[in-house]
Design a protein around this ligand. Structure first.
Ligand code: UTP
Length: 288
């Protein structure tokens, strides 16, 4: 079945980024001039997804507004550059794609957020993108994964090598060996201590799931942090389904974390056509 649906869970607290996220969604924080959620949506559109399902919650209204066509433009007296910018803003979502917004009444965890999309997912496979994992990649990671999914039709989870000491922040996987960037997942553990981490590979925020994951999510009890954990549902699914780890090509920035977010801004700003060169010279002077 062709992949059309992608879920963006955006209802989390964003507590690591307080006070910025007290009234502003974490996913609306800009990297240079674009909010994180827009990078995520553009990655999904590039990969061919046409049904964009946002799981939103309290204080997240700005996300819904962002993808609306609400700008009233007095086109007549506008410079060409400004007009182009306004056109781009009003066309983030092409006519061929549609947005669906579902509320997660209470942030009971990532697994619970994904489960809210069940009524619109039907029996189709789908992708999940966590916008706070910004990944600089060409082609985008979701496109890389769709190509792999088309070959295998099994669930795929993006992973990367992390410092073992950081395992307490990740779902950590046990795998057999990688072959052409893919490995079978044998086990998965949510945020283990470094000594208990089964490998150096941690899960990052890109997934493609066969529809069975929804059955496992529905049966998953509250776990770590009093939340319904996606990791626990994946662990149960491993008993009956193949799930592969995909070691993606690209550079990830954890933008749910302040330092990761600052690094992303520096890297994306250095690549900016208008001021990247000037910024580089500023940084060189500043650091000598
Ligand atoms: P995080 O683990 O980063 O949680 O969620 P969080 O609550 O957003 O942030 P911190 O840890 O408090 O700083 C990963 C993704 O899952 C979504 C978040 O919005 C984020 O995109 N999420 C999480 C939900 O949609 N609902 C939830 O109940 C929890």
């Amino acid at each position: 079945m062709r992949l059309k649906k992608v879920v963006f869970p955006v209802a989390g607290h964003g507590s690591r980024f307080l006070p910025a996220t007290k009234a502003t969604p974490k996913e609306m924080l800009p990297v240079v001039d674009k909010p994180l959620i827009q990078y995520a949506v553009e990655e999904a559109l590039e990969a061919g997804f046409t049904e964009l399902i946002f799981i939103t919650g309290k204080t997240k209204r700005a996300i819904t507004d962002h993808f609306d066509q609400t700008l009233e433009i007095g086109v007549s007296n506008m410079t060409d550059k400004k007009k182009q910018l306004f056109d781009e803003m009003n066309n983030i979502i092409p006519k061929s794609a549609s947005c669906i917004y579902i509320r997660q009444g209470e942030p009971l965890g990532l697994g619970h957020a994904i489960l809210q999309a069940k009524p619109v997912l039907g029996d189709e496979p789908f992708a999940v993108v966590l916008a706070d994992d910004l990944i600089d990649a060409k082609p985008g990671v979701l496109k890389q994964m769709v190509d792999r999914y088309d070959d295998s039709n099994t669930s795929l989870i993006a992973v990367e090598k992390i410092k073992k000491a950081d395992s307490i922040h990740y779902g950590m996987i046990e795998i057999d060996s990688f072959n052409k960037a893919l490995a079978n997942i044998i086990d998965i553990i949510e945020k283990p201590d470094p000594v208990d981490a089964p490998s150096d590979f941690g899960v990052v925020g890109r997934y493609i799931f066969t529809n069975q994951i929804l059955d496992y999510l529905a049966k998953t009890n509250v776990g770590t942090g009093n939340e319904i954990q996606l990791t626990d549902a994946i662990k149960s699914m491993l008993a009956t389904n193949n799930v592969s780890a995909y070691e993606f090509l690209g550079t990830r920035y954890d933008c749910g974390d302040k330092l990761g977010f600052v690094k992303a801004n520096i890297e994306y700003a250095l690549k900016n056509n208008d001021f990247g060169v000037e910024l580089e010279s500023y940084l060189r002077n500043r650091l000598t």
